[in-house]
Design a protein around this ligand. Structure first.
Ligand code: SF4
Length: 328
């Protein structure tokens, strides 16, 4: 059976872009793949300026969101990356076999470094730590969005290089992890311009109250061709339609397409229907989050158990790696 690993930055409360683009898929995957490992990648959050107290809070909020969204510690392993020191140990080892040129070619590195005056090494070696995150657990399947496929290719190359140098030819130790592309397409922000992201201020929080969500949905950008209510629209160009596809049942999605293209509905009506279907899914998640906030010991217990499970696997991997590399 595939061993699944995926990580998420501790950005605080999830927004619905993270939820639809990753976490909802994780919740489904844990059913078919008990033992899937989901990691709050707090070491990856250190490459920019940050406030330690805020990071601590965001890590906690991310754990609340993930558990409330349905990650089940009885089926999956949830933990924070920095509680398993073998991540950075293996990353160092991979640093010694990863070509510098490969790292400099990574699109995300080029994007981010071009916007910074002084670039820290961690920004360059981020994908090496990512390779260590995955390969530490010998994971062969990584649910990712399209923007992470290039990094995953680097993980495959690191696995190949290590195997070629230190494993018998007929018995490679590290698997070459494959991407499992998330079924939901990239969720755009409420401005309809850019991917939903906290830094763009165009998000809906997964745990926001219904009124607050409506206050954001109401003015959200739709098909610009619908200037008047009588102007027919093209659903495919409208972000609200794509949110319907994510939250509303198929007959409702078909009705939206029909009523948009014939101008039978105005955008406000369409958004009200979307809001109803979002609430049907989000209200129970908010309820679970409120319960977890009342019982923080449940969060600590889930994360501690995850750390314990992961350290056992990680120690075994590092034992084999060190043995093969002459470090024992
Ligand atoms: Fe978008 Fe709905 Fe308006 Fe059509 S009717 S443009 S799908 S909000």
């Amino acid at each position: 059976m595939a061993r699944i690993f995926s990580g998420i930055q501790p950005s605080g409360e999830l927004h619905i872009g993270n939820y639809l683009g990753a976490v909802r898929n994780w919740v489904q995957l844990q059913q078919a793949h008990p033992g899937a490992i989901f990691c709050i990648v707090d070491y990856h959050a250190l490459t920019g300026n940050y406030d330690p107290a805020v990071l601590r809070q965001r890590r906690h909020e991310m754990a609340v969101s993930l558990l409330a969204a349905g990650i089940d510690p009885a089926r999956a392993t949830l933990y924070a990356q920095s509680t398993v020191p073998e991540h950075t140990e293996l990353a160092w080892i991979f640093n010694t076999i990863t070509p510098l040129g490969e790292l400099e070619r990574q699109t995300q590195y080029k994007d981010k470094s071009s916007r910074q005056e002084s670039v820290v090494v961690g920004l360059l070696t981020y994908p090496v730590l990512q390779a260590a995150d995955i390969l530490l657990y010998l994971a062969d399947t990584v649910p990712v969005g399209e923007d992470q496929v290039q990094h995953l290719e680097l993980s495959r190359e690191v696995a190949r290089k290590w195997n070629a140098r230190f494993a018998p030819e007929d018995a490679p130790f590290f698997p070459e992890p494959k991407p499992l592309l998330t079924p939901t397409r990239r969720i755009m922000g409420l401005d309809g311009q850019a991917k939903m992201s906290k830094s763009m201020g165009n998000t809906i929080g997964l745990l926001e109250e219904g009124d607050a969500i409506w206050a954001k949905l109401r003015p959200a950008v739709t098909d610009p061709a619908r200037v008047r209510k009588t102007d027919p629209g093209t659903p495919e160009v409208c972000n609200i339609y794509h949110l319907h596809k994510a939250f509303s049942p198929p007959p409702v999605v078909a009705e939206v397409a029909e009523k948009c293209s014939t101008a039978a509905w105005g955008c406000i009506e369409c958004k009200k229907v979307l809001h109803e279907h979002m609430e049907a899914e989000l209200v129970p998640i908010r309820r679970r989050a409120a319960e977890l906030r009342e019982a923080p010991e449940l969060i600590t217990a889930a994360l501690d158990a995850g750390t314990e499970t992961c350290r056992t696997i990680a120690r075994a991997t590092m034992g084999r790696v060190k043995e093969a590399m002459g470090l024992t």
